[in-house]
Design a protein around this ligand. Structure first.
Ligand SMILES: [Zn+2]
Length: 473
């Protein structure tokens, strides 16, 4: 059975005005990570016509669209251990009350356990996770692209990539990521379409920040040939000089970017401080910020001097440049690739080359951590594994963080509160606190002991709606 449900909290009576779409298809076996099975209780208007409380329509495809009246009912959760990643503290046996998508109370447990209480008394509970460097609508196909994605981008139209992105977004949410920053490579604004579908309740997915098209010097991250220079579009938005950059930023914002992503330095010619500063100014005038892909030391120096909010990747940053970033308040989203992650797309290549690159990232993270730079978790996961799903690949990046000696508590902080700071949403998300949105996850083992516990997250609430609970997968 495949079922999509949104807008209805299956473990409580919290009702909201949102469309509910249900697809029943008892045709076969579901993939382990994409199955979403719930004992769905139809709302009262349908219950009176149903002989059984549980809807069963074998071999039938049923589409229902209806709105449910809003009611300000509470969801009460009994949480065995709450983890607060912002300071690594815990609180035991707590009662969390959620009203209209927000946390309205956190207090010592009292009262009796009955069916209205979500029982997470044997779980470790925390705020939802962030992946600050993700690409929902990029699935690199290793049949075509060895370590690149140029051909993937040519063969797969935006509509198909949006479909892939829907599956990736759902997998990320059900695995515990309630916020992702989609940082480009989405064809012609697939990221914006996916975000819209999620925000409107048509599809399940994390809250998304979207960069739209990546703005970059001519060629961006591709190596084109002169007869077909246009093939880099729309994957990238080539913009050279302050006038083109100003126009590119404005067009990108117009079409739905919530922040701006620049690729600074993947060609021999790189963005100057003046060019980057133009993008920063235009973004700030519109109330947002710039994130900069920097692979070279000079690229990082230019980006820091120009006032970007974050550096993405940054493998070639000596201590002096890391210190510059810290002094300027720049966040580092380091995308610390594992050797296996780097080798995935190109299994024929010499793995020792990937090992060296991986170790370079680990060393850079270790030094950034020692300098107390604001480090944020970002996976740059771009592959597809039908068995494991996109989130699994994302979590794998934490192997590099453990290797770099980052404590479990600080890994969790980089996946929550520091990420929320980067995205300017600390007053909305990134902590389990009264007044913030109810983005809540839970798991059987303690991630403060070992963040491998995150692979087994089995409860996910976003904005007060439950998308996964123990036993639902
Ligand atoms: Zn990336």
């Amino acid at each position: 059975m495949h079922m999509w449900v949104s807008g209805k909290n299956p473990s409580s009576n919290c009702l909201r005005v949102l469309p509910v779409i249900i697809l029943y298809d008892n045709s076969g076996v579901s993939a382990r990570r994409t199955r979403f099975e719930l004992n769905f209780q139809p709302p009262p208007i349908f219950r009176s016509h149903q002989p059984s409380a549980r809807m069963k329509f074998p071999h039938l495809l049923l589409l229902l669209l209806f709105a449910i009246p809003a009611q300000a009912q509470d969801t009460v959760i009994r949480a065995g251990t709450i983890i607060h990643p912002q300071d690594g503290s815990v609180s035991i046996d707590q009662k969390i009350t959620v009203t209209n998508g927000r946390i309205t109370a956190i207090e010592d447990w009292s009262g009796s356990m009955d069916d209205s209480v979500t029982d997470l008394s044997d779980r470790f509970v925390m705020t939802g996770l962030f992946d600050a460097h993700s690409h929902m609508a990029l699935v690199v196909d290793k049949r075509y692209d060895g370590g690149n994605y140029y051909v993937t981008g040519l063969l797969n139209p935006t509509a198909y990539r949006a479909v892939q992105g829907v599956a990736n977004a759902r997998n990320m949410l059900e695995s515990g990521f309630t916020v992702i920053r989609d940082i480009g490579n989405n064809g012609n604004y697939a990221d914006v379409a996916i975000k819209k579908g999620i925000d409107e309740g048509f599809i399940p997915g994390p809250h998304m920040e979207t960069s739209g098209r990546i703005i970059a010097p001519f060629g961006a991250q591709f190596h084109l040939q002169p007869e077909k220079p246009g093939l880099g579009n729309p994957e990238y938005f080539f913009a050279d000089g302050v006038v083109e950059i100003m126009k590119a930023v404005r067009e990108n914002l117009h079409f739905g970017a919530t922040f701006i992503k620049l690729v600074i330095d993947d060609q021999r010619y790189i963005y100057s401080v003046e060019e980057i500063r133009t993008a920063v100014r235009e973004a700030e005038l519109a109330g947002t910020y710039v994130s900069a892909h920097c692979w070279t030391e000079q690229g990082a120096r230019n980006a820091i001097a120009a006032g970007v909010r974050s550096i993405e990747h940054g493998p070639n940053m000596p201590d002096e440049v890391l210190q510059m970033a810290k002094d300027a308040g720049v966040f580092l989203v380091g995308t610390e690739f594992t050797t296996a992650g780097l080798a995935w797309a190109d299994p024929t290549a010499d793995i020792s080359a990937f090992e060296a690159e991986h170790l370079q990232f680990v060393d850079r993270l270790r030094r950034a951590y020692a300098l107390d730079l604001k480090i944020v978790y970002g996976s740059d996961a771009v592959f597809f594994d039908a068995e494991k799903g996109r989130a699994y690949e994302s979590f794998d990046v934490l192997h590099s963080w453990r290797e770099a000696g980052v404590s479990n508590a600080d890994q969790l902080k980089a996946m929550t509160s520091t990420a929320a700071d980067l995205m300017g949403m600390s007053d909305e998300r990134g902590a389990l606190a009264v007044g913030l949105r109810a983005d809540i996850i839970a798991m059987p083992a303690n991630p403060l002991d070992d963040t491998n516990a995150l692979y087994n997250i089995d409860y996910v609430m976003k904005d007060g709606t439950v998308y996964r609970h123990p036993g639902s997968h």
